[in-house]
Design a protein around this ligand. Structure first.
Ligand SMILES: [Zn+2]
Length: 164
C-alpha cells in the first residue's frame, strides 16, 4: 500500500466513528500549546488533552517564532485562550546543529544564499524554554495571558517536567 492509500484508508477508519463535528472553535480548556514537530511526540496524548480542548502549535523546536506568535495572538485574542504551555523535549534535533552550519551547507548545496534563514537551533534546552517564555512575556499583544509555563518532555520516559 502506498503512503497516500494508507492515509486515505486511515481517514476512512477515523471518519467511521467521528463524533466531534459540532465542537465550537474556541478551545474549551482555554489552553494553547507550543511544541516541537518531532514525530515521536503525540502531544495531545502526552498531556491528556481531547479534541476541542486546546490549540496545538508546532514547529521545529517549539520556538516562539514570528509565525508562532501570530498563531498565539489569534488563539488568545480571537479564540479566548488564556494559558500557554511551551513544551520542548530531550534529544531534540534542533540541538544537534548550529544555524551557521546549516546555512552554509544549504548555500553550497543549492547555490543560493541561505544566511537569512533563522533556524533557531539551540544548545541548552532549559535555557531555550526560558527564552521562549520571555518572548511571549515581552509581547504586548499577549500581556493579558494568565499563565505561561515551560516544560521538557522526556522522549525516553514519556514524562514532562516543568522548567523553573
Ligand atoms: Zn524537537
Amino acid at each position: 500500500m502506498s503512503d497516500i492509500e494508507s492515509i486515505i484508508l486511515g481517514n476512512e477508519k477515523y471518519a467511521e466513528n467521528f463524533t466531534s463535528g459540532n465542537l465550537p472553535p474556541h478551545p474549551s480548556k482555554k489552553i494553547a500549546v507550543l511544541t516541537c514537530m518531532d514525530a515521536r511526540i503525540s502531544i495531545k496524548e502526552v498531556l491528556g488533552l481531547k479534541v476541542g480542548e486546546a490549540h496545538i502549535i508546532r514547529n521545529a523546536g517549539g520556538i516562539v517564532t514570528d509565525d508562532a506568535l501570530r498563531s498565539l495572538i489569534v488563539s488568545h485574542e480571537l479564540l479566548g485562550t488564556e494559558k500557554i504551555f511551551i513544551i520542548n523535549h530531550t534529544e531534540c534535533g534542533m540541538a544537534t546543529f548550529k544555524d551557521e552550519d546549516l546555512q552554509r551547507r544549504l548555500s553550497e548545496k543549492y547555490k543560493s544564499d541561505a544566511t537569512d534563514i533563522k533556524f533557531h537551533s539551540f544548545g541548552d534546552i532549559e535555557e531555550n524554554v526560558r527564552n521562549q517564555i520571555k518572548k511571549i512575556r515581552s509581547s504586548p499583544f499577549l500581556s493579558n495571558i494568565t499563565s505561561v509555563n515551560g516544560f521538557i518532555y522526556d522522549i525516553r520516559t514519556g514524562k514532562i517536567r516543568e522548567v523553573q
